[in-house]
Design a protein around this ligand. Structure first.
Ligand SMILES: [Fe+2]
Length: 367
């Protein structure tokens, strides 16, 4: 019953006595009820219930073939979602029968012989409860929907912020932002190949763009220096994993925890020659090892805006594979070889934009 009018409630009468059914129909119609259905054959109750979905059932207890208890048992199986008012019609006044009926799902009783004013009042009361129940249910559903929507909005804006933050960190190196997008797709695909489940792959996809966030803390003259860095500058540059991890540390979010781990370990190398901690082999978290490979692959296969050097995928994979077991995890290199068709497809869909074109977007009109 979605309407607010009690008179619109659907009432189903199940009673083997045709006389009783006729009297109820007449009285209920006289009281203004518009949707009255009935059967004298309780075996049809299930079919009728499913078709009509009544708001109230007037149910005789004593019937041939399937009695009122049997009908209530059936209704329990059929209707699992909503509260269903059942008004039991009975001549039996023994408490044991009434208790059994209540236990079986009856909500109220009408005693034979019926007193019709009382019957109409009880029907109205029960429909009113049903109506309120429906309203509360509808209200709760709306609330749940709203909470869901707000949660999704929050989650979206959180992810957007993370993505924009990683773009900010990458901007000087890769103004199109495509490096981190391609790389995060590679990471996710590679993680899947390494046996991670869907949630973990999603996590590395979302977290990996933050891998170089620590470069925010590196002075410009070092970060943008076109020549090789001297040992002192290199030392400063090598602080970026720690700076990034520090920026992201202390979060309860699984995403930021993974991002922190990636920041901290993406420059560690399989043979222990990396930094900042010189971790070796599987002591380096898998996410750090995956990002190390994907970062290298994308850097080799795309022209850096300032030097324009790039190689094709075959050469890039060969170059990376030549460092399998030294710089990179051999298992990851094998997995990478398997998924190269997918990697190439991702790359083809996300080409770098022309650097000059990107910069021109930000020039004032007329210049
Ligand atoms: Fe880095």
């Amino acid at each position: 019953m979605t309407t607010r009018n009690i008179e619109d409630g659907k009432i189903l009468i199940i009673d083997d006595e045709p006389g009783n059914v006729r009297v109820f129909e007449r009285v209920l119609k006289g009281a203004g009820f518009k949707n009255i259905f009935s059967t004298t054959d309780s075996l049809k109750a299930e079919e009728m219930y499913k078709e009509i979905r009544p708001d109230l059932i007037l149910l005789d207890l004593k019937m041939p073939h399937l009695d009122g208890f049997g009908v209530m048992e059936m209704l329990k199986q059929v209707e699992t979602e909503t509260y269903l008012p059942i008004l039991v019609l009975t001549a039996q006044r023994e408490p044991s029968t009434r208790i059994r009926a209540l236990e079986s799902g009856a909500k109220d009783f009408l005693s034979k012989p019926f007193e019709m004013t009382e019957a109409v009042t009880r029907v109205k009361n029960m429909l009113e409860v049903r109506l309120l129940h429906n309203e509360i249910r509808e209200h709760n559903r709306n609330l749940e929907r709203k909470v869901q929507e707000r949660t999704e909005e929050l989650e979206e804006s959180r992810l957007e912020l993370i993505h924009r933050l990683s773009r900010a960190a990458e901007y000087r190196d890769h103004p199109s932002g495509r490096h981190i997008i391609r790389m995060s797709h590679y990471c996710s695909r590679l993680a899947q190949e390494m046996g991670w489940n869907r949630d973990q792959c999603e996590l590395i996809y979302l977290a990996s763009p933050l891998y170089d966030i620590g470069k925010i803390g590196i002075p410009d003259h070092i970060l943008s220096k076109p020549e090789h860095l001297n040992p002192q500058e290199l030392e400063v540059m090598r602080l970026h994993p720690i700076i990034g991890a520090e920026i992201l540390s202390g979060s309860d979010s699984a995403l930021l925890q993974m991002a922190e781990s990636i920041c901290r370990t993406h420059r560690e190398r399989w043979d222990g020659s990396g930094y900042p901690c010189g971790l070796k082999g599987e002591a380096i978290p898998l996410e750090g090892r995956i990002v190390a490979v994907c970062d290298e692959l994308d850097k080799l296969t795309n022209a850096h805006p300032y030097d324009g050097v790039k190689v094709d995928f075959e050469d890039a994979v060969n170059a990376i594979a030549s460092k399998s077991g030294t710089l990179f995890d051999p298992r990851i290199i094998e997995a990478l070889k398997h998924i190269m068709p997918d990697i190439k497809e991702i790359a083809a869909q996300l080409p770098d934009e022309d650097h000059e074109k990107i910069i021109s977007r930000y020039r004032p009109v007329g210049n």
